[in-house]
Design a binder for this molecule. Structure first.
Ligand code: G6P
Length: 602
């Protein structure tokens, strides 16, 4: 049998005094669509039964007020499937046969096959190919034993293996039950004065930010039950109550919205006019503490995935050039075998925008099992990685919604460079450089500059292959440039260390092949320009991203001269170029095919 599952996905749930819960669910799910956009579904309590709507495709154009105008209990889901199976039957919520129990799910029940066989033997009939569907059937089985819905959910959760988050509702109860082990689930508390008037649960805070900024975090191995007036948190394993604090989140809704921009990607690129400065705005003592932890460590490792991984690679150069320190980078998914080098005195620095990436969490677990300390640099406060770290620095970029990471990367680079300067005993010098760079980015992202990149996109948009080269910290930026262009425009793009060209890739260059050359005014400038000459000699169309003009460039994209912060400024025009390549090729840059923003499975 084929294995279909729903590994990333966005979850929303509400119970409270409002009657427009289906509208809130649909609006909330729209803001979670970055997590999955293959299909969506909503189930709501309608008198003493559950009604639902499930559809294939995006939820963006759906009007939730048309589903119901009189429901105060709702759950909803946007799905991202890894193994095909984008059908209405496989969309969530999933139900038991009588449709009295509905469940939405993020993650994977790894033992679902075994549970499915067990339930089938008891006469349960399955209508989808999802792992999720075992949940409502299993909860129904436990209801026979306990009569209590929350207790039945707890017993069912004890049977699941793997990383997951679920929200479940029952047609005969005015309560919502949620549980998590591995996948994020955050509670929003809506109040009128000091009275609670509703509870939200969601995979991410923008889903309920229009209604409340007071949150509570559900941790791994915990569940909650709420009737909209009160909430009870408990351990899935023991059933014992767990006390929780309320926390106010600082991000304003405005920073999470598209504003006047057509796409989040462009909005977030433009946010970099300010967000680099937000990242630099760190407490000096905290940065010094982190620098000291690196000094004290016997072996420092950097771990991140995707774009965050490229920030780690750039940091290897920052630490080497600025602070004369050797650190090792490994992508989260490759870290496992490094455990041989880990000791109690080792330090793991993890970089993650979402703070939820499964491969990074696994690397942290490996490091912790060896007694090593973990420092994280994350964007999402209160995320799993944030809470599981010994020290955390936040990049303060505000919500990043487009799948393609932009402002998070430059924030990560800024914080890493700041640490490198602190390590060299030059924190204030690093801060000054970064704040000057932030001001230069503000100038650079002017309408004329953006238009220039739009025109360049127009020139190369029909090309099917594109290459990017860089040296030093511009080498990881070449790799990152390739990711940006691939993921949103679907042009085949590849990044190389400039000096590696002559060892193979140069064979790919034909007359007119666009080649982007990332240049800084530094000691490797003559080398990279000589590599660009080699490309040009094979017919390459040379796009120079450089503080200085050079005759070999067919097109020159001017960037400020930024010293050790050059990687930060050089990547920005490529983000803009990737955006326009996507738009001009008729692709949606915010929702690239086959990708999701938050990758919460291995
Ligand atoms: C996904 C996203 C990337 C991101 C990576 C790591 O692949 O599409 O943009 O760089 O995950 O995510 P994180 O949240 O850990 O930075």
């Amino acid at each position: 049998m084929k294995h279909y599952n729903a590994p990333m996905c966005g979850i929303f749930g509400y119970v409270g005094t409002r009657k427009d819960s289906t509208k809130m669910a649909v609006d909330g799910l729209k803001s979670l669509e970055y997590r999955g956009y293959d299909s969506w579904g909503v189930a709501w309590k309608d008198g003493d039964h559950l009604s639902s709507q499930k559809e294939i495709g995006k939820i963006s154009t759906v009007d939730g007020s048309k589903l119901s105008d009189n429901s105060s209990l709702v759950i909803g889901h946007t799905r991202w499937a890894t193994h095909g199976g984008v059908t209405v039957e496989n969309a969530h919520p999933q139900f038991n046969e009588e449709k009295t129990i509905a469940v939405v799910h993020n993650g994977i029940f790894e033992n679902y096959q075994e549970l499915r066989d067990e339930l089938k033997a008891k006469g349960h009939v399955f209508t989808s190919e999802t792992d999720t569907e075992v949940a409502p059937h299993l909860i129904e089985e436990y209801m026979k034993e306990t009569q209590d819905f929350a207790q039945a959910v707890r017993l069912a959760c004890k049977r699941f293996s793997g990383r997951y988050a679920i929200v479940a509702v029952y047609s005969k109860a005015d309560t919502m039950v949620a549980a998590r082990t591995g996948s994020p689930l955050i509670v929003g508390v809506e109040k009128e004065g000091s009275d609670v008037i509703g509870y939200f649960v969601a995979s991410d805070t923008p889903a309920f930010m229009a209604h409340t900024r007071t949150v509570q975090y559900l941790d791994d191995g915990e569940m909650l039950v709420t009737n909209g007036k009160s909430i009870l948190f408990s351990s899935i394993e023991t059933g014992e109550e767990v006390a929780k604090r309320e926390i106010e989140i600082e991000w304003s809704e405005e920073r999470a919205n598209k504003g006047n921009f057509e796409h989040y990607m462009l909005k977030e690129i433009m946010d970099q006019k300010e967000s680099v400065a937000w990242a630099v705005n760190q407490n000096d003592d905290e940065i010094e503490t982190v620098a000291q932890a690196i000094r004290d460590a016997k072996g420092t490792f950097l771990v991140g995935c995707g774009t965050a991984g490229k920030a780690c690679m750039a940091a290897e150069y920052f630490f080497s050039v600025v602070s004369d320190r050797h650190v090792n980078f490994a992508p989260g998914s490759e870290f496992k075998l490094y455990h041989h080098f880990l000791k109690t005195e080792s330090l793991l620095i993890v970089i993650s925008q979402s703070g939820e990436t499964a491969d990074v969490l696994e690397a942290m677990n490996i490091a912790k099992s060896k007694g090593a300390k973990v420092l994280s640099i994350v964007n999402v406060k209160g995320s799993s990685i944030d809470r599981a770290s010994d020290y955390t620095l936040h990049i303060n970029a505000g919500p990043e919604r487009a799948v393609a990471s932009t402002k998070a990367l430059t924030g990560q680079l800024a914080v890493l460079l700041l640490i490198a300067y602190a390590l060299a005993g030059k924190l204030q010098e690093g801060k000054k450089l970064l704040l000057e760079t932030a001001a230069q980015i503000n100038d650079m992202l002017n309408p004329r500059y953006i238009d220039r990149l739009k025109q360049l996109a127009d020139i190369i948009k029909q090309k099917e292959d594109l290459y990017i080269i860089g040296k030093s910290w511009n080498y990881p930026m070449a790799l990152e440039s390739a990711i940006k262009i691939q993921e949103v425009s679907y042009i085949h793009a590849e990044g190389f260390a400039a000096g590696e060209l002559k060892h193979g890739p140069i064979a790919l260059i034909e007359e007119g092949t666009p080649c982007i050359v990332l240049v800084g005014k530094d000691e490797v400038m003559p080398d990279i320009l000589s590599n660009a000459v080699q490309l040009k000699a094979r017919g390459g169309f040379i796009i120079g991203v450089s503080p200085e003009k050079n005759e070999i460039f067919d097109e020159w994209i001017k960037v400020p001269e930024a010293g050790a912060a050059q990687a930060i400024v050089n990547i920005i025009p490529i983000q803009v170029l990737a955006y326009f390549l996507a738009v001009q090729r008729g692709k949606d840059p915010d929702m690239p095919r086959n990708l999701a923003k938050s990758v919460t499975v291995k």
